[in-house]
Ligand binder design. Sequence first.
Ligand code: GLN
Length: 271
Amino acid sequence: MPTLNEALRHFELPRLEARLLLAHVTGLSHAAMVSAGPDTLPAAQWQSFAQLAARRLAGEPVAYLLGRREFYGREFVVSPAVLIPRPETEHLVEAALDKVGRNKAAQVVDLGTGSGIIACTLALEAPQWQLAAVDLSPVALAVAQDNAANLGAAVQFYHGSWLSPLPADMRFDAIVSNPPYIERHDHHLDEGDVRFEPRMALTDEYDGLACLREIAASAPGCLLSGGWLLVEHGYDQGAACRALFAAAGLQQVATLPDLAGNDRVTLGMQP
Ligand code: GLN
């Protein structure tokens, strides 16, 4: 059997990925791995690592191999039933906290919650808020419920399409969503990690704006006066989203950039 350091170098993997996979099978911290001596790995650990490395080399995303991904400083369970959390979604979380105010009582819903990262993060960052979360996929909802339970986030989950499963008289201080917004023929769908993600979480199977259109049209009717609609979208969808929000009667419509400077989040207020 190889030593830990030999195992780290054994496959043509980026060093960080090899280290994450090896930490996963050995249970060792980064510090413990750095100071590891010349002991060889137990056979079972070496075999598990070799299997994960082979799957990674065949393209499977590290997050799915580990079953975990960090978002907003917390660790979330992920599976191939849900999108892998992306750092740009943290802007949506920050914008919601900023617009509603994290120290006020508020009713907030996350539409298409997936792994539940947005709803759980908001529930934990703003303990006075009451969070609801909706998803069409029962398997995704199970992942989201796992995350809420693991993190102690109080979130009420609903199964269905967008606002439809929510009680008809429910009104919100904020409606947030990271819907599928990739155009059906976009080449990104066939590349890299994205190939392994659930297609229904990525694309509307249309022009990329179908879900954003539906949300912009229906959400304002469920917002309280002064309530906010906030959505994540593609780098080239800012102007289209602002137009949809304005057409739906929202005010103070604006688009915020992500760290790369791309349009990423559009928001508007119900008058
Ligand atoms: N940001 C993701 C990507 O570009 C897409 C996520 C989504 O469609 N909501 O891969």
